[in-house]
Ligand binder design. Structure first.
Ligand SMILES: [Zn+2]
Ligand SMILES: [Zn+2]
Length: 255
């Protein structure tokens, strides 16, 4: 698999209830864009142990020297709204009921774990997750848009690294429809033969539509301040755009 530099992370397929992209469609999506590997993260609650085995086997049979589909699942937990944990390179079924169980079981059942979209749980990770997770998703192209990463998630990553310096930060598509490519990529070097090992050891670069940064989002204070300001402005403009149709509808109703 040497030479497959460009990858995508946090990708759903038709194994998720909210996605219609078959594995074959996803393979075509990758081939059309020169993407060599895709780390899949289907919703765990949509699978059974038998379907999971089929999923893993089909990923292997569809993969070849041009595209590797890496099986994985996204887990959610009762009592932890918004906290979704991704297990990449998952080869064994698991059914954890709590984030702490996920951390314990994922060490045996998968190869790389990510705390997805921290914006959905107000950037508060339970200690058990901080103690065992491999990565924080610092740019979720669905929740943070394709245009800018999430400075508060980057701050969470840097705080988490004070506790465990091996934690890295990944960009994820959170893709549910391959007709809408939000263009975040994870790049490894041409000599790497194992994308998940490169991720685990921080040998990658996150590349998005407007900016790129290394695996720990190294930024000098001026760049981080500029990103924070840009994010603030962008979010306000976006909110104003979202409110406009609602206001227009209200004024129509009054008229
Ligand atoms: Zn999620
Ligand atoms: Zn997802």
């Amino acid at each position: 698999m040497t030479g497959k530099c460009m990858g995508i992370v946090h990708v759903h397929t038709s194994y998720s209830h909210d996605c219609r992209d078959s594995l074959e469609m996803l393979r075509a999506f990758c081939l059309a864009r020169g993407i060599g590997w895709a780390a899949l993260t289907d919703h765990a609650e949509d699978l059974t142990p038998a379907i999971f085995s089929e999923f893993v086997a089909r990923c292997a049979s569809i993969s070849d020297d041009r595209v590797t589909l890496i099986p994985g699942l996204e887990y959610r937990f009762a009592g932890f709204p918004g906290l979704h944990l991704l297990a990449l390179g998952q080869h064994r079924w698991m059914n954890p009921e709590t984030p702490a169980e996920f951390i314990r079981q994922s060490h045996q059942a998968s190869r790389f774990t990510i705390a997805a979209h921290p914006i959905l749980y107000d950037y508060q990770l339970p200690d058990a997750v901080l103690d065992g997770i491999d990565a924080v998703e610092i740019w979720n192209a669905t929740y943070n848009t394709r245009f800018l990463p999430d400075p508060r998630a980057i701050r969470l990553l840097h705080a988490a690294r004070n506790r465990r310096p091996e934690i890295v930060g990944t960009a994820g598509l959170d893709q549910h429809d391959s007709r809408n490519d939000r263009e975040t990529r994870v790049m490894i070097s041409a000599g790497e033969s194992d994308p998940l090992l490169a991720l685990k050891e921080g040998r990658f670069r996150n590349v998005g539509k407007t900016m790129s940064f290394d695996s720990v989002a190294t930024m000098n204070p001026a760049r981080f301040a500029a990103l924070t300001l840009a994010r603030w402005l962008f979010d306000r403009i976006e909110r104003a755009h979202r409110l406009l149709p609602a206001r227009a509808a209200r004024s129509d109703a009054i008229v």
